[in-house]
Design a protein around this ligand. Structure first.
Ligand SMILES: [Zn+2]
Ligand SMILES: [Zn+2]
Length: 290
């Protein structure tokens, strides 16, 4: 069976491998296709696609955009995104500025807790890409303040912890609208992070579907068999495409391997074929948002 991975991160956001390295690794792992889905940026797509062409690996352009959701984490994947669309790039710039403003605030909070850390150290840890909390965690590890990435998030960086800073985020509707404008096919990522019960999730998926959602990420390392069953039912009931991916972050997410997740993930190529069919039909999912 030909296997794929439709959810991967590179150094263009918070992954530890460059886009080229992610594609090379996918070749080594025997995958037929991958999508690069960095957080709020398409900067790695060109490099990944060029590498894919050289190595004979199909690379689908992609992105993972964060949107505001009170109860949990809402991420929407955009496949086949036009990564050169000027308007889209401009909108991403605004999102990145909000992200950039967040990091100094986190560092200030850490300093307020008596931890000696400065912004330049975090920039150095990022290796020149987008800066995120994993890079702050890396500096904390280096300084011996924590022993692991997990400990850094548990003690300081995650929601509810003393150095957490809320992100400025767009609404789910704005997120779908900007993806659709850039010709991307929007897919709800890892629905379990929304922390909704079955009925709540059903209502939320309906709300997104009414604004153009076209797919749901069913296969994901942290989804339990009952969750997978529930998401498959949602896909059927709302006529959504099914996708899957590892959410590979390289060394920044330990234990999660490209393609296989915790070891048993298998995403068949047939899912990508279906996605392509929907996408090549044009923009049937496009709805006007007022
Ligand atoms: Zn995500
Ligand atoms: Zn992700």
């Amino acid at each position: 069976m030909r296997l794929i991975d439709l959810h991967t991160h590179s150094t263009a956001s918070d992954g530890s491998f460059s886009p080229e390295e992610v594609v090379k690794l996918s070749k080594k792992k025997g995958l037929s296709a991958i999508a690069l889905t960095d957080h709020d940026t398409v900067a790695g797509n060109k490099e990944a696609i060029t590498t894919g062409e050289k190595l004979g690996i199909e690379v689908i352009s992609g992105i993972e955009v964060s949107a505001y959701f009170e109860k949990g984490t809402l991420h929407i994947l955009g496949y086949f995104v036009d990564y050169e669309d000027k308007n889209f790039l401009k909108r991403l710039c605004v999102l990145q500025e909000a992200r950039a403003e967040r990091n100094p605030k986190i560092i200030k909070k850490l300093q307020g807790l008596g931890i000696h850390i400065d912004y330049e150290e975090v920039v150095a840890a990022s290796g020149g890409g987008q800066i995120g909390r994993p890079h702050i965690a890396q500096v904390l590890i280096k300084k011996g303040i924590v022993n692991s990435l997990e400990e850094a998030f548990e003690k300081y960086l995650k929601k509810g912890r003393p150095a957490y800073v809320e992100k400025e985020r767009i609404t789910p509707e704005q997120c779908l609208e900007m993806l659709i404008e850039a010709n991307a096919l929007p897919v709800l990522a890892h629905p379990y992070t929304l922390h909704l019960d079955e009925q709540g999730l059903r209502r939320f998926v309906k709300r997104l579907k009414d604004c153009g959602l076209m797919g749901i990420e069913v296969y994901y390392p942290d989804h339990s068999p009952p969750q997978i069953k529930n998401y498959l039912e949602l896909a059927r009931d709302f006529d959504l495409a099914i996708t899957g991916g590892s959410d590979f972050h390289g060394k920044n997410k330990k234990g999660v391997e490209l393609g296989t997740g915790y070891g048993d993930l298998r995403i068949p190529y047939s899912l990508l074929e279906k996605l392509k069919k929907i996408h090549y039909r044009g923009k049937p999912w496009r709805v006007e948002i007022h």
